[in-house]
Design a protein. Structure first.
Length: 567
């Protein structure tokens, strides 16, 4: 029997879904071969169409770990939903009970892969690119909530035609990382996919390559069993640069009759989903494409400058991990920098090209892949193509402007000063500073070096470095705009909104997911609470626990200083 409370929950859920419709499956083409392929849960080639219908594979006896309170509020979702069986089932992958107005439709999409601007087919088991795409991400719902369309996607919800022989699952470890990082990024005021819920199960384990305890190995040494989990992430769309590329490549090669049409459809759909406020519907196709390139360039360059502002390294910034809406997507091989190093890269599979300070160039490469995908739609219009290429060639200039502007703000300056910046970077490298603590302490606008030393990983012994720091600080203080105590306070407040105090450090994450594996979610909740207020001072107790440098004995330790497996 349904009690009163329970009924109310179902009503709330009904209210939420009554607004849903299916933009993706109604407006785009499905895989024409889907019906002949049974449940679509094994690797196969998908030759055309924008999506494949595939039912999620539920995790058994789902255990609730967390949800994003902030995001629930933004969506107008009641916390009561978390007690609704329907809600829990849907977001742990069980669609068997879905009733109207929700449709029992779920889908995965194909995409292509370029690594650092180079087209790859080798990652596809068929070597054609037709078997690459969402291997474990399945969208289950689109809903218009407060006039904004959101797509709800389960990560780790089982195999799809793009699973490439893998299990289609995400483990608890990587799911906790993604769940927390997404909401952290949002609280850092950086565009991102969002976290809705996180469920795990003790009924299914999968194996992943990992390290022995306290190992220094760069390569995984053992296979470990980990509990599975499903995070639901939510975004305005999950269209990636790689997805445009898939259709761009097919159109370029004229692979089938509708190839160019399918490219045009996905591009117009992208504009509809991500750029409808910036690009007028009345424009001609080529005008829309030119505006799209401009807008995406603007968003992508801002995004990367922001990542560097807060010390975020994506780690695997391939075209398939680059959201065409210009926000952060795929928190697998990511890390927040601790000890400053321009070449910082925590993912062993990533390489220097995806390292911290190389992200603007990785973004440029993704932008080029994006442009190449759209070109088949402009090939008959020379003028439009020329204008388009001008935008393409302007990327580095725009990126540089955004970076300089970001550095100026990070340093509390009105204008970027090359010399001051370069001196600082060299000093930060020579001194080994904690990136977050250094800029936060600088935001207090200190008179001398003493408080900045809090961010140094080694005691300052070298007199020469001391002299360099003192002179740097003196020049910096002469360039910032402070006349009196009041203007100093004002600048300090301003700088603290640019330079976060709390950042999701990997060794905190490790403790949280290790405890969670034993059924204790206290640290997950604590991190969620603290990391969604990254610019706040917070309490003394929190400061002592989380505003601290990485402990010396954790340097070089596998699984903390570097990770091998992001899935
Ligand atoms: N366990 C798995 N089962 C099936 N496919 C997988 C699995 N792990 C990764 N993949 C697929 O391999 C490709 C590369 O993985 P990558 O780590 O970039 O993405 P991801 O973290 O799974 O997903 P996303 O980019 O959707 O956040 C993706 O297409 C992904 O779907
Ligand atoms: Mg990915």
């Amino acid at each position: 029997m349904m009690n009163k409370n329970n009924k109310k929950m179902i009503e709330i859920f009904d209210e939420l879904i009554s607004l849903s419709d299916y933009s993706f499956v109604n407006k785009l083409n499905g895989d024409p071969d889907a019906k002949q392929n049974g449940d679509n849960k094994s690797a196969r080639e998908v030759f055309s169409g924008h999506y494949v219908e595939v039912e999620p594979t539920a995790i058994k006896e789902p255990i609730y770990i967390s949800h994003s309170e902030n995001f629930f509020k933004e969506l107008g979702f009641s916390e009561q939903l978390l007690k609704s069986d329907d809600f829990i089932k849907l977001f742990s992958g069980d669609m068997s009970n879905i009733s109207k107005p929700i449709q029992k439709i779920a889908w995965a999409t194909g995409y292509a892969l370029s690594i650092y601007g180079r087209e790859y087919y080798a990652q596809c088991p068929f070597q054609t690119g037709n078997g690459y795409g969402d291997g474990r991400a399945i969208s289950v719902l689109e809903a218009v909530i407060n006039d904004k369309r959101w797509e709800f996607q389960l990560k780790g919800a089982g195999k799809t035609p793009y699973c490439r022989g893998a299990d289609g699952r995400a483990v608890l470890r990587s799911s906790i990382r993604e769940f927390l990082a997404q909401e952290h990024m949002n609280s850092l005021n950086i565009p991102t996919s969002r976290s809705l819920t996180l469920f795990t199960s003790k009924k299914e384990q999968v194996t992943r390559p990992w390290f022995r305890d306290n190992s220094y190995s760069m390569d995984p040494e053992v296979m470990i069993e980990e509990d599975v989990a499903i995070t639901t992430r939510v975004a305005s769309s999950f269209i990636r640069v790689g997805q445009l590329e898939l259709f761009g490549r097919r159109a370029r090669k004229n692979e089938y009759k509708n190839a160019l049409k399918e490219l045009e459809m996905i591009v117009l759909h992208l504009i509809d989903r991500e750029y409808s406020e910036d690009i007028s519907q009345d424009l001609r196709l080529e005008e829309k494409i030119i505006s799209l390139a401009n807008e995406f360039q603007s968003r992508l360059t801002s995004l990367v400058a922001n990542w560097i502002r807060v010390g975020y390294c994506q780690g695997n910034f391939n075209s398939d991990n680059c959201a065409a809406g210009g926000f952060t997507l795929d928190y697998g091989p990511f890390g927040f920098i601790e000890m400053f190093d321009p070449k910082y890269q925590s993912w062993t599979g990533g390489g220097v090209h995806f390292s911290f300070f190389n992200q603007p160039i990785a973004a440029l490469k993704n932008f080029k892949s994006f442009c190449n995908s759209l070109k088949p739609l402009l090939s008959s219009n020379k003028n439009a193509l020329e204008e388009f290429e001008k935008i393409e060639n302007n990327f580095s200039k725009v990126m540089q402007e955004k970076m300089q502007n970001m550095w100026a703000k990070k340093l509390g300056l009105d204008n970027f000063n090359v010399e001051l910046f370069e001196d600082l970077i060299n000093l930060m490298i020579d001194t080994k500073v904690d990136y977050t603590i250094f800029f936060r302490e600088l935001s207090n606008i200190p008179n001398d070096m003493s408080s900045l030393e809090k961010s140094f990983y080694e005691n300052l012994k070298d007199e020469n470095i001391k002299l360099r720091w003192n002179s740097w600080l003196k020049i910096w203080r002469s360039l910032i705009n402070i006349k009196d105590e009041e203007s100093k306070q004002k600048l300090s407040i301003q700088m603290k909104l640019i330079n976060p105090k709390y950042i999701l450090r990997e060794w905190h994450l490790v403790k949280a997911y290790q405890e969670a594996q034993n059924g204790n979610y206290t640290l997950v909740n604590e991190l969620q609470e603290i990391m969604t207020k990254p610019y706040d001072e917070q309490t003394k107790e929190i400061e002592e626990k989380y505003y601290i440098k990485k402990p010396k004995d954790l340097f070089g330790i596998a699984g903390i200083s570097h990770v091998s497996c992001s899935s």
